[in-house]
Design a protein around this ligand. Sequence first.
Ligand code: MN
Length: 744
Amino acid sequence: MALLDGEVYEAYRHELLNRYRQLLRTLGDKVTKDKIKKVREAFDYAARAHEGTFRKSGEPYIFHPLAVAQIAAGELGLGTTSVISALLHDVVEDTDITLDDIERKFGSKVSEIINGLTKISVVFETVDKDSSLQAENFKKMLLTLGEDLRVILIKLCDRLHNMRTLGSVPDKTKLKIASETLYIYAPLAHRLGLNAIKTEMEDLSLKFTEPQTYRDISAKIAESKQSRQRYIREFIEPLKAELESSGVDISEIKGRPKSIYSIHRKMQKQGIPFEEVYDAFAIRVIVNAPIHREKIDCWRVYSIVTDQYRPHEGRLRDWLSRPKNNGYSALHTTVLGPKGRWVEVQIRSKRMDDIAERGLAAHWRYKAENPSGKSNKHSQQDDAFDNWLNSVKETLENNDLSALDLVNEFKSTLLGEDIYVFTPKGDVKALPIGSVALDFGFNIHTEVGLKTIGAKVNGKLVPISYSLKNGDIVEVLTTQKPRATESWLEMVKTARAKSKIREFLKDEKTKLSGQGRNIMARLFQKHGLNFTDNSIKTITKFYKYSSPNEFFNAVALGKIRMTKDLLLDILAKKTPISETKEIEIKEKKKSAGQIVFGEDYELPYSLAKCCNPLPGEPIFGFVTVSDGVKIHRTTCPNASKLMSQYGYRIIPASWQTQYKNAFDVKLSVRGIDDVGIVSKIADIISKDMEVNMKSINIRANDDGTFGGIIEVMVNTSHDLDLLVHKIKSTHKYIEVSRIDETVE
Ligand code: MN
């Protein structure tokens, strides 16, 4: 072997050959001679390329790619393309060899994968502190998810091997790599269903970040091994006869200690010592069964176990009927075992066990390497996985997100656990924990999401912010026009909803500011003024907007009305009109004072359209730039913004005790349809002596709900409260709310 000629390899020669042969054994005899030849070529090629370089441990570098290939083949069950890519994964980055060289020698698929892997690591080694650059780098890795999943899988193998050999790198790097692994790689491995890799990554991270804790817990697990095994024997004993006569082929029953990391988490979370972590291990029963019998056999085992030991109420987790969407499938239950101890029992088939450890990569590998494979049935797991991959892609396509936001979003929404909810027709949707009704709308379709005004969950009306729970039956209620606002971004959980709302708001803003710009341009033209960048800047500054676009938005929304004089004033850079001056000007056309300001003085005012305050309600005055004093309710949706940003323009105000005018109020009503509901409501309003109806506009929808707007005139907030109460009492499922308009 030419590659082993160098002296430095002598000492390692034997070991290297051993490991190479082990790799071939792992690939097994199903692999064709041709492919073995390619693997050999890749191995030689990589060894030559890395010749003369060493790892921190002192080993020749080639041991690393060989180990990564071994993990890919042995622990993930990946095929030769992946093995070849793993062998070559550091070649382009660390040596003079180019991607073209790789493509010529090993074909385009391998070079694509190497390209992905190289892209990931470019920034990686050089960046230490800058989290945004680190995020940038991670973003690159995620982008490769969309290209070829093997890139990520090999990256995970690479990271795992680096973690296994982390002992020999400097402390500072150690901590960085370990915490990064814990933050993003382990959750990613979990999401891909690679349980064994995830667990090992977590344990190793703990080993390097908290060595003492790690040693303590692993020592205690080792200590308790005997008593654990004794307990398991005791647990199985009474089941033996039943299991044997049941005809179920039991492959294995074992006690699995929890991982060091998860025991540590539990001790921390509950503030308890090791000895009190009652579920430090679970009993796992694995059955041999052909695929069509595996569920039945699992349930049979379940029934034998629970005949003997009382199951914990509400601790049955059936992932047989509906696998988790990282592909995990099994039956979990907690039973009262010997010595009065609660024990978790996990029941699954050999195949499920394999998927649980190696993840969906197993399915995927089959698809990729045998695209025409007929036995590749489309399973529930595949669906779930494809869905997940699609939402990853969607998140990534959203270019608005900074790299850091993207990483955080990815972590919180795409790497978390899911809940399952149902459409009224019984279709299942998987959503991340914490999703709200609005997320469901967006999950159905973007158009639906944008127009969602509420939902029926298990038949009851709920607001869009309602937190969904496992098993909920959800039906969204929509309007004609999109309703999305900034506040929705705070409400939704899913990346998909967020990105769609952002897109929508951005479009709206662009449209609006275009309109605003036109309005201003026309105004300038009309008065024979030049519409220049400079004058736009001056006006924007005058009105304290952060950018011309924001200003144009305000113009389009009618928040700013400008006269020629004012325009000339502003352009001449005169000082802003002082608040007192403006008030004095308006004082001349005084309105009938029903409101007193401050201690006891009167000012002209008008009622803000956004919240239409009523006599009796707490209010405040807001001095506007060009429209005098506006009265808002303190509960106005815009109040907090006005108060926090323009505190100096707020004046205290209250209603005079005598007043006689009536006030306009708009009410929104929604409910589940009921015969004659409209006439019932109309009846109530018309009989109310304190209320005048202006209009009533309610329609029944095809989906069994109704909704609409009622306009009435009332004298006081008290009258209004009474009216709302009466309308609500007409029907069990009716919602009445006052319509406020958020203008910003
Ligand atoms: Mn590497």
